[in-house]
Design a protein around this ligand. Structure first.
Ligand SMILES: Nc1nc2c(c(=O)[nH]1)N[C@H]1C(S)=C(S)[C@@H](COP(=O)(O)OP(=O)(O)OC[C@H]3O[C@@H](n4cnc5c(=O)[nH]c(N)nc54)[C@H](O)[C@@H]3O)O[C@H]1N2
Ligand SMILES: Nc1nc2c(c(=O)[nH]1)N[C@H]1C(S)=C(S)[C@@H](COP(=O)(O)OP(=O)(O)OC[C@H]3O[C@@H](n4cnc5c(=O)[nH]c(N)nc54)[C@H](O)[C@@H]3O)O[C@H]1N2
Ligand SMILES: [Mo]
Length: 787
């Protein structure tokens, strides 16, 4: 008790005293016990999952350092954490940290809470669960999409203890898709039967690299990650690098021969014109297309496809009377026609050419089409299945191990696209497979009545049209209970009925493994060794769920008699049976960080290219489907929103809030949010030091700014019919004219109806995309003015 009180006083002083430096502490070294160092990891969802070493004294974190084994060579590189991982101490000791269970008082959304005991919180939540189950059935429970702790084995946001608890309690409504890749994942399933991509390390063999909206340096930071591998590979290959992006992104700095700015959402138009030139100049790899693909030309279309429905017919204007010339594309993309002509020749005649897209291209209202168009380009030049070439998908790496997560089997199969969770609250029972992309059932049986939100800010901040979401979540008659589990207060947990304080990766034992594909060919695993006791009354979600299981009468089924540590050991041993490369549990947990030797980088679709008959793809035809048989079926059966369409080939679609939308008369600027080095989405915003070095700016192009008399540093407003955000202008030519951007993930904050927190989702639409029902959050039209 005394010890606890002493620790409380110490860390509570840290909350207020964030300027405390290791130097001022060193004066106390003589009186205090020696430094203890334990491994932990940065577990947020940039994918990289960097190791961090936590140095404590008397149970208090003094500072964190990072991986220092190895060197800077490609094979032995250090997995050093970026500025975010290194700020983990400030995440643990933060003025915004939740240290006790909280219960809402006042109206939902008002943000008024009182601390309550764990007993009370768990009793009340369990009793509300029983009530909702009785009244509405298990289909009304929902675990919201969240990514704050994705790398862990136990302390996971969505597929951990909560999923197990609810599965054992009778089940819950599932979701499919992600906010990350809904459009491209679905599009590539139709195209390749998956998302095959080469390891970024194979970029070393390329002669030319074309990146569409790919910003590895900023979105895969950390030494072990793809960002570093990308830079090394480009240095080693010496290949020519071209980035096609509306914005001069961080991956171009020092690593780019040419930036071709493009109007957002128009990549498919550019590709059509590149195809036009290649067809006219006979630069197409016809042999590749005829052997491995269907639907580029009329000759390889499926038998029942209508005449002129091939990609070639579209490009030549046989289907719609419009030839997709460089001039046609130039009007849409804003890329000079001459440059399109040159680019087509360059791409078609340089081998191997590495074609890759990030995920910004697909996070648009026509994202499925753009994603497939870029893959179509990779096929036209036959640069697939060879070292130095790529499929057009985002690079990944060879998965050499995995650790099994907590087992659970949800008896309910019904599933919604995660972006439609707000729809499922107020009109769930209307939602069907053909109109809303519901899976596992033809129609939902129930509206969402109970939400569990762990390690996520997608209830509001990361979702869309925040004012509308506010109306839906504030209505206590719609969703009757929201339980939020986080380490910090967020805009999302403002809407919670109960907020439960979680322990961080520094405060409990768990594994963290980098998401497959994000560390290139230098894999490692982290065992978090529990550097400190949880701050305040925080506890791991395993313990919260165990306590609820007791109250729901399913304790034995839930725990199988294991503690968190025993689960870790059990799951690890099970994993070792399949992955003999894994060292013993004892070695793993005592070392904390284990790295593996580099593996041979994967070349995507190598086997398929060697023998397409023996190794068919998981598409209906077994081939690459430039014309998708499945989409042709959906085109006839799906019920779409006004203005939407499904086309089996990757045509350029003028869609919602794109450059050709008539709404552009009223709102002439295309606007979107990009993933920022200063945060992972909204995570780390709560750390003032990080905010200070990574300001929240709104980039406005020099020409647009001049017309509006806006200067750098001015407070400006960005508005459309959905909302108004306010922020600080940065006038720059690093963004294409007619477009403006701000980093996504800033915390929304309304003052007199204006979001002064500069959260891009105050302006983004809730309308889903046609095919995947995903988040076209980068398609926003606005007007900008001085505040
Ligand atoms: N406009 C627009 N919106 C977007 C995007 C965009 O590009 N533009 N991107 C979308 C994408 S790709 C994604 S993946 C989503 C991401 O949206 P989210 O999954 O909501 O990601 P974060 O905002 O990082 O929220 C993670 C939360 O986890 C919490 N957390 C961190 N560590 C712990 C822990 O140890 N325990 C617990 N319990 N909580 C913890 C953090 O405090 C934070 O609140 O946003 C989407 N929203
Ligand atoms: N530092 C940091 N790293 C992160 C994250 C983070 O928030 N911060 N989030 C993580 C997560 S969960 C995800 S899903 C990934 C997201 O990774 P991405 O989705 O790839 O990231 P974005 O910044 O949305 O987009 C990448 C690039 O696409 C460009 N772009 C936007 N629209 C278009 C377009 O129409 N055409 C073309 N050609 N380019 C376009 C943007 O300007 C940007 O430079 O990043 C992960 N890594
Ligand atoms: Mo994401």
């Amino acid at each position: 008790m005394q010890q606890n009180r002493r620790n409380f006083l110490k860390w509570s002083s840290l909350f207020g005293g964030l300027t405390l430096s290791p130097i001022s502490l060193s004066a106390n070294l003589l009186q205090t016990p020696p430094l203890v160092s334990k491994w932990a990891g940065c577990n947020v969802n940039c994918g990289t999952k960097c190791p961090i070493k936590v140095h404590t004294q008397d149970g208090i974190i003094q500072y964190v350092s990072t991986d220092n084994e190895g060197d800077d060579s490609f094979e032995k590189r250090q997995a050093r954490a970026c500025v975010r991982g290194r700020s983990s101490r400030y995440k643990v000791y933060n003025a915004n940290r939740i240290t006790r269970p909280l219960k809402r008082v006042g109206k939902r959304g008002e943000g008024k809470f009182i601390p309550i005991s764990w007993e009370q919180a768990l009793d009340e939540i369990a009793s509300k669960m029983k009530e909702v189950k009785e009244k509405y059935g298990n289909e009304s429970f929902y675990i919201n999409y969240a990514t704050g702790t994705t790398g862990a084995i136990i302390n996971r946001c969505t597929k951990g203890p909560w999923a197990r608890l609810l599965s054992l309690y009778g089940g819950y409504l599932n979701y499919h898709n992600s906010y990350s890749t809904a459009q491209i994942s679905n599009a590539m399933n139709f195209f390749y039967g998956g998302s095959p991509a080469s390891d970024i390390a194979t970029l070393r063999s390329a002669k030319l690299a074309i990146f569409f909206g790919a910003n590895h340096v900023e979105t895969r930071m950390g030494g072990g990650g793809i960002g570093y591998a990308y830079q090394k590979a480009l240095e080693e290959s010496g290949c020519k690098i071209i980035h096609i992006d509306p914005r001069y992104n961080d991956s171009m700095i020092g690593h780019c021969d040419e930036w071709i700015p493009i109007a957002p959402g128009t990549d498919a138009a550019l590709i059509a014109a590149l195809a036009y030139v290649m067809i006219k100049e006979n630069l197409i790899d016809r042999k590749f297309l005829d052997t491995y693909t269907i639907g580029f030309s009329e000759a390889t279309l499926p038998k029942d496809a209508p005449k002129n429905s091939s990609y070639e017919s579209y490009v030549l204007g046989l289907s719609d009377g419009v030839e997709k010339t460089p001039q046609w594309a130039s009007n849409i993309t804003k890329i000079p026609a001459r440059r399109i002509l040159q680019l087509a020749r360059e791409i078609a005649t340089t081998k191997p050419c590495f074609i890759e897209q990030g995920w910004g291209v697909q996070r648009h209202s026509n994202g499925e089409q753009s994603a497939r168009a870029i893959a179509t380009l990779a096929c036209m030049i036959g640069s697939i299945g060879i070292e130095g070439g790529n499929t057009g998908c985002r690079t990944r790496s060879s998965k050499i191990y995995d650790i099994i997560g907590m087992p659970f089997k949800n008896p309910i199969k019904d599933s919604i696209p995660c972006f439609l969770y707000t729809d499922a609250i107020y009109r769930g029972k209307e939602m069907t497979d053909l109109s809303d992309g519901v899976r596992g059932t033809k129609q939902l049986k129930q509206n969402i009545k109970f939400i569990f939100n762990t390690a996520g800010n997608c209830l509001t901040n990361q979702h869309s049209t925040i004012k509308e979401v506010d109306k839906i979540l504030s209505d206590e008659n719609l969703c009757e209970c929201i339980v939020d589990v986080n380490i910090t207060r967020t805009p999302s947990n403002n809407y919670a009925d109960y907020i439960l304080p979680d322990a961080t990766t520094l405060e409990q034992e768990d594994f963290i493994r980098p998401s497959a594909g994000h560390y290139s060919n230098r894999p490692y695993i982290i065992y978090c060794q529990k550097a400190i006791e949880p701050v305040g009354q925080a506890k791991p979600i395993y313990e919260m769920c165990l306590e609820l299981a007791k109250r729901l009468g399913i304790e034995k089924e839930f725990s199988e008699g294991r503690t968190q540590k025993e689960w870790l050991k059990y799951l690890y041993e099970e994993s070792r049976k399949i992955n003999p490369i894994l060292p013993s549990f004892e070695e793993m947990s005592s070392k904390g960080l284990v790295k593996f030797d580099p593996v041979k980088p994967t070349v995507a679709l190598e086997n398929f290219i060697k023998d397409p008959v023996k190794n068919p793809l998981k598409t209906p035809s077994g081939k690459i489907e430039i014309y998708s048989i499945e989409l042709a079926k959906m085109q006839k059966t799906w019920i779409l929103k006004e203005g939407q369409q499904i086309v089996p080939i990757a045509v350029f679609e003028s869609q919602r809030e794109g450059p050709l939308d008539p709404l552009k008369e009223k709102y002439p600027i295309q606007f979107f949010g990009y993933h920022y080095k200063g945060r992972t989405h909204s995570s780390f915003w709560e750390i003032p030091q990080i905010r200070e070095v990574n300001p929240q700016e709104i980039w406005v192009n020099t020409i647009d700014a001049h017309q509006r008399k806006i200067k750098t540093g001015d407070t400006i407003r960005v508005k459309n019919d959905l909302g108004i955000i306010q922020g600080v202008a940065k006038v720059t030519p690093k963004i294409i004219p007619g477009c403006a951007v701000t980093p996504q993930g800033a915390w929304v904050k309304y003052e007199n109806g204006i979001d002064v927190g500069t959260c891009v989702n105050s302006l983004a639409s809730l309308l889903p995309t046609a095919i995947s029902k995903g988040n076209g959050q980068h398609s926003i039209l606005v007007e900008i003015e001085k505040a």
